[in-house]
Design a protein around this ligand. Structure first.
Ligand code: ZN
Length: 489
């Protein structure tokens, strides 16, 4: 996600194969989601039948499976807020509005199953299995449910111009350290953590709408409705946006990557599409091949600057100036590499994807002087703004916590999260860039990417890969930043 807070702008935000592409020889068995969705525009609701074919990748025998129910964070009385108080007016243009998810029935192995909607904040669905599930075995869970949308400019909700359908479905919680990871929604950052999976989704919707989404679409037109089937393989999440006002421009890179731009007002749409192609081409060269066949940039109603989903990024329609609009596009497209392909626990270690994404954005501008931003100016601006943040916090609160390795719910405020994750993350990678030089840094980007395709990177993965990729032991630099010991001068 991109939150706008400082610098020149640090926006608040966000083949044919089995497995993940012959390109990278990913052959691991994946969990798959099959969904049949009906969108009711009058009720602003989705009726969904979902079949999840879950693979037990743990070493434990499981008797139940847990799913996140993110739409319940949008309900009245939710403990976890979806936006901070400061962003509330922008998010809710017509006042308070609520949505939720109602689980109607669950089956496993073709029979009705025991299930419970619970967790700390009605955020978790627990499904009890008929039979114990052994490591590497599969369980099929069929769920019928309805999602009601709030009138909110957010990842999930309907706004004036578009309907954002992201984090709308029960997604299996990651399983780590002998338990499912069930973190709550959080208005800071992107509170998501998931494994790459395969998706086969069919959505039926009024034929006045245009659909942007993750994956590859095939649409049938009927008298009143459209029915679109979407296939997406080896993706970390799945999102869609519907709008009656979308216009679409498309281009191709290297004959194998389609670039789509969906917008409802952009006088410079051709220029925007060319910019997207330029960004994708540049980072395919500097980081590694983008392994999917399409990327869609979607201008939509969104409270923050932008938000990333596999094959699709949301860019806010409330960004006024072209330069900021482009900067947010660079940021969100970089998340295709950092988060979507190389995954991380965004709840616990937001700096892993946000810090590297922000610094790579700076690197893009350094290598494209036509856009009038240089690395030295951007880093100097980031340094100044970080120092101001630390000074203000110290004077108001008596002390400032500058550690970076904290889960989202341990940052007291939104600025504390943004400055320690985005801004300090930029300064950390900039320090490493200055130390090792461009060639070794780019080598580390490629090394980190190639060795973590579709996997989950942890802090130690980042430290090891950047040390190996640059040929320098960077552990002390990383830990001094992460632990808050380094003094920003
Ligand atoms: Zn981001």
């Amino acid at each position: 996600m991109k939150k706008i807070a400082f610098l020149l702008i640090f926006v608040l935000c966000c083949f044919t194969f089995s497995g993940c592409g012959s390109l990278y020889n990913y052959t691991k068995d994946l969990t798959s989601y099959d969904m049949d969705i009906l969108y009711d525009e009058t009720k602003h609701a989705l009726t969904i039948q979902q079949t999840t074919d879950y693979v037990n990748t743990s070493n434990n025998i499981l008797s139940y499976i847990k799913f996140h129910l993110y739409p319940n964070a949008f309900r009245e009385g939710a403990k976890a807020k979806v936006v901070s108080v400061q962003n509330s007016d922008l998010a809710y243009p017509n006042g308070e509005s609520y949505g939720d998810i109602k689980i109607q029935s669950v089956e496993t192995s073709g029979e009705s199953a025991d299930f419970e909607v619970g967790g700390e904040d009605e955020n978790i669905l627990t499904v009890n299995l008929k039979n114990e599930l052994y490591p590497n075995d599969r369980a099929i869970i069929y769920i019928e449910y309805e999602v009601t949308l709030a009138n909110i400019n957010h990842r999930l909700g309907y706004g004036e111009n578009a309907v954002n359908l992201c984090n709308f479905y029960p997604v299996v919680c990651m399983y780590e350290s002998d338990d499912f990871v069930c973190d709550l929604y959080n208005s800071n950052g992107d509170p998501f953590y998931s494994a790459v999976s395969d998706y086969d989704v069919t959505i039926t919707y009024p034929n006045s709408y245009i659909l942007a989404s993750t994956g590859n679409q095939k649409t049938q037109n009927f008298e009143l409705v459209k029915k679109t089937n979407i296939l997406a393989q080896c993706v970390r999440d799945f999102g869609m946006v519907l709008s009656k006002e979308f216009q679409q421009k498309s281009g191709v890179i290297d004959d194998d990557l389609t670039v789509n731009y969906y917008y409802y007002n952009d006088e410079n749409c051709d220029q925007t599409l060319e910019f997207v192609k330029k960004v994708m081409t540049f980072f395919e060269e500097k980081i590694g091949k983008y392994p999917y066949s399409q990327i869609s940039v979607v201008k939509t109603n969104f409270v923050h600057g932008g938000m990333e989903y596999p094959n699709m990024v949301l860019i806010s329609d409330n960004i006024i100036d072209d330069e900021t609009y482009e900067l947010v596009i660079v940021h969100e497209l970089l998340h295709q590499w950092w988060y979507c392909v190389v995954g991380n626990n965004q709840f616990d270690y937001g700096w892993i994807d946000e810090g590297l994404t922000e610094f790579c954005t700076v690197y893009f501008y350094e290598k494209h002087p036509d856009y009038n931003r240089t690395m030295s100016e951007m880093i100097s601006s980031a340094t100044k703004s970080y120092k101001t943040f630390a000074k203000v916090y110290e004077s108001v609160q008596g002390s400032v916590d500058t550690s970076m390795n904290r889960p989202l719910d341990e940052f007291a405020t939104e600025p504390e999260y943004v400055y320690n994750t985005y801004v300090k993350g930029t300064l950390m990678f900039s320090t490493i860039y200055d130390l090792v030089g461009e060639k070794r840094f780019v080598n580390a980007l490629k090394y980190y990417y190639e060795n973590n395709l579709y996997k989950i990177a942890t802090p130690s993965t980042v430290i090891q890969c950047f040390s190996r990729g640059t040929g320098k032991n960077l552990e002390d630099i990383f830990t001094s930043f992460l632990d808050g010991k380094v003094v920003i001068k």
